[in-house]
Design a protein. Structure first.
Length: 453
């Protein structure tokens, strides 16, 4: 059985759970007329999704999964496949755990770089009736042992990028199949995972329990997240961290405490930089009623980026690739550059929202250019594009495709794959090989090779 089949088959197993003896039946009573008393939820498996690996890093990993009832989740973690010396890590942080009835988030910290870990997920079903009245009704564990490999200099330099999935699950099915076949070290989800989400259930569907064949699409391949403009829209998306946790606080300085989405990760010969271009409309646009704060956010990322690029493991990587949702370059003069005050409207542009982000380009690209960034991967336009480097712009830009399969041959979803190839000794013998997979035709759309910086 190849890896792809293995993943697909074992996904079915995640539906099953281990139920501690006597736990549910003991708490169920029959009413006088013999009917089962309420709480149908109690009969449903407590663990309601496969685990999702979030925020790929060299010394930490996030594990998130959905639950159907009040629960206190945990991860059993080991370097041994037989889990013999597993340690238990509970959800939440210090003081209290994060008991809740929707999503369990467990942060695994103190990990070794470029190391394979084995893990299982479980949760205690909790009856909570007050400050002194709480008990464990039972414990359920997903019977499958999963594994992942942390990032780091010795990890394999191999990534995939998806973007603008917009909760279109027929497309997401194709993308996750392709990713399973390619088996990269990590995936960068480059924004617009949805349209807008008012309820947490929609976010759970988008990330943790999508209606696709591969329920375990992110259980062994870790994800990084560069949010798009749509990922902040809707009441639930104002707190997307309830489903996709923030990055570990100790992985950034105290000055950058609120920059929980940016990432700077070394993966083999590649340094991966994640930036957030935020909304595609001005903070002053009346449509948003003063409820967004993108301008300050974009500026705050400048100091973070400057420091991240100086970090040894980032500065010494032969390849530097940045990811953000809205393009940082566009040479079409009719395309709105996202800085039209106060409400984005200007008759010279074809749309009243950002087609590209001139402000972010001015803030960030001088730093990236000085660091000899070879490639910036963006999204947002829903049409694949490659902008080769020029004499004045040393970096290339790739714009990933859109979510639809019914818009003709020019518009197609993409999986952008990056992999380091070694063809000879030293840095000169290494190339970053980019393959753009056209997910409408199932063919390779483009290939590019970048030299080490
Ligand atoms: Fe989009
Ligand atoms: Fe977008």
């Amino acid at each position: 059985m190849d890896r792809r089949e293995f993943l697909k088959n074992s996904a079915a197993l995640t539906a099953a759970t281990v139920v501690a003896p006597g736990m549910l039946a003991a708490d169920k009573t029959a009413s006088k007329d013999g009917a089962q008393t309420p709480d149908a939820a109690e009969t449903a498996p407590l663990i309601a999704s496969a685990p999702m690996l979030q925020n790929y890093a060299s010394t930490s990993m996030g594990v998130a999964f959905a639950v159907s009832d009040m629960a206190n989740g945990y991860v059993l973690l080991s370097e041994r496949p037989d889990m013999a010396d597993a340690r238990k890590v509970k959800c939440g942080g210090y003081r209290v755990t994060d008991m809740n009835d929707k999503v369990q988030q467990i942060r695994l910290t103190g990990l070794k770089p470029a190391t394979r870990y084995y893990y299982r997920i479980g949760a205690d079903r909790i009856s909570y009736q007050g400050g002194y009245k709480m008990k464990i009704l039972g414990t359920e564990e997903d019977p499958r042992t999963y594994s992942f490999v942390t990032a780091g200099k010795d990890a394999e330099g191999h990534f995939c990028v998806i973007n603008d999935t917009h909760a279109r699950f027929a497309t997401f099915d194709l993308l996750t199949d392709k990713i399973a076949a390619l088996a990269p070290s990590c995936v960068i989800w480059n924004g617009d995972t949805c349209n807008n989400e008012e309820q947490i259930e929609g976010q759970i569907r988008n990330f943790l329990a999508p209606p696709i064949a591969r329920k375990d699409y992110a259980s062994e391949i870790p994800y990084l997240f560069a949010p798009g403009n749509h990922d902040s829209r809707g009441m639930a998306n104002r707190h997307i961290e309830r489903v996709w946790m923030w990055r570990q606080p100790e992985e950034r300085s105290s000055r950058d405490w609120d920059l929980g989405r940016n990432f700077a990760v070394r993966m083999g010969d590649i340094a991966l930089i994640g930036l957030d271009t935020a909304e595609d409309k001005q903070d002053t646009n009346p449509i948003f009623a003063g409820l967004f704060n993108s301008s300050a956010y974009r500026e705050a990322q400048v100091a973070w980026l400057a420091d991240a690029l100086k970090r040894k493991e980032i500065a010494t990587a032969p390849f530097l690739v940045a990811f953000c949702h809205i393009p940082l370059f566009d040479d079409d003069p009719t395309h709105n550059p996202g800085d039209v005050a106060p409400a984005d409207y200007d008759p010279q542009y074809s749309a009243d929202y950002a087609y590209w982000q001139r402000t972010c380009a001015q803030l960030w690209t001088p730093l990236l250019e000085k660091a000899k960034c070879q490639l910036i991967v963006t999204a947002h336009m829903h049409i694949y594009r490659y902008d080769p480097p020029t004499a004045t712009r040393k970096w290339a830009q790739l714009v990933g495709g859109g979510p639809r399969l019914d818009e003709g041959p020019d518009r197609f979803p993409t999986v952008i794959e990056g992999r380091v190839e070694t063809t000879g000794p030293g840095k000169k013998g290494r190339k970053l090989h980019i393959t753009v997979h056209n997910m409408l035709t199932g063919t390779v759309q483009d290939e590019f090779r970048f030299s080490a910086r």
